[in-house]
Design a protein around this ligand. Structure first.
Ligand SMILES: [Zn+2]
Length: 330
């Protein structure tokens, strides 16, 4: 199906598996959920590939014997992205704006969009944002789950959750929109979300966040945030992870019906124009009914069950994200 998925963590796995032989790394066929082969067979329109910065000090957790600098990791992920697309140019190609996605689509190719999750690598310097943009990065999640130069993360602590952007974060959001890099508020504090909404003159995105009214995880969006995002012309990508879908945060099951319930609620609150896809594939665990890009038809059926029309399903699967890309990415 012609989908645009705004978030996956596939590059991280490709890097970790091939750290010492990057020239061999290839995302054509991967053991997890996302790879170029399945995206192509699924007729996907575009996949965002995040460079998800590994948490500081997590080397052991990720099976690394030696320390890893952010720069080595970012350059490695970007290299895997570039060389995989070069090796499979018949079925996929990089895209950095709406016109390139359209052109790739007409040529029967999946578009791959490079993004970054956790703005800590920016280190409080505008020239780093420019450098990542020149590297091809077209969306940046301002924070992950730690404080950084942009602001504070989502948190169970109300004091942290209410904190806004830093002064640098405010200037950087403005600069990113000037450049044509999507501003991503997934993982950001609620206070930071409202600062972004204030500053942005173009639509912004929550690439992989669901509804807090249905699943109380602090990463999800409140109804007021969904309304604010919708009014700004932005989109939220439906996250397929069990912890962001269920009322019970310990539940391990992700079903198409649950994803469709979040889509229904999001559309009822913010308008169907604010609903998109942000699977979080290869960054989530559990029993996933819609477990890879070739299974999106299961979600389409579940959306029909929730009274979405075919035109609205096209909006959720592709057109809403495409509208934001056209307005805010260049
Ligand atoms: Zn994430």
């Amino acid at each position: 199906m012609h989908t645009i998925d705004m978030h996956c963590d596939t590059l991280m796995h490709a890097f970790l598996k091939n750290r010492n032989s990057l020239e061999k790394a290839d995302i054509f066929s991967m053991p997890g959920s996302v790879d170029l082969d399945r995206l192509h067979r699924a007729d996907a329109a575009a996949q965002f590939f995040a460079i998800f910065l590994l948490p500081v000090g997590a080397e052991k957790y990720f099976g690394l014997s030696e320390p890893l600098s952010d720069e080595e990791y970012i350059e490695g992920c970007a290299r895997i992205f570039r060389q995989s697309l070069a090796a499979h140019s018949g079925i996929a190609a990089a895209a950095s704006c709406a016109d390139e996605i359209c052109r790739n689509f007409t040529e029967g190719k999946v578009s791959a969009v490079l993004t970054m999750e956790d703005g800590r690598a920016v280190q409080g310097r505008m020239d780093n944002i420019r450098r990542f943009y020149d590297m091809g990065v077209r969306a940046l999640s301002l924070t992950w789950n730690m404080e950084n130069c942009f602001g504070s993360p989502n948190s169970k602590d109300p004091a942290v959750m209410s904190r806004g952007l830093t002064d640098f974060g405010r200037d950087a959001v403005y600069y990113m929109q000037e450049l044509g890099m999507l501003v991503d508020v997934s993982h950001l504090s609620d206070g930071g979300f409202y600062d972004v909404a204030d500053i942005c003159r173009k639509p912004f995105v929550a690439t992989h966040s669901n509804c807090r009214a249905l699943s109380p995880h602090q990463r999800n969006l409140t109804d007021d945030m969904i309304r604010t995002l919708g009014n700004a012309g932005g989109v939220a990508g439906l996250n397929f992870g069990p912890e962001f879908l269920n009322e019970d945060l310990n539940a391990k099951s992700s079903t198409a019906a649950l994803i469709a319930s979040h889509a229904r609620h999001m559309a009822d609150v913010g308008g169907v124009g604010c609903v998109a896809l942000g699977t979080d594939f290869d960054g989530i665990e559990g029993e996933l009914e819609v477990g890879d890009p070739t299974k999106m038809d299961i979600l389409a059926s579940a959306l029909r069950e929730k009274s979405f029309t075919e035109a609205q399903i096209d909006m959720i699967f592709r057109n809403n994200a495409m509208r934001v890309i056209r307005e805010a990415m260049k």
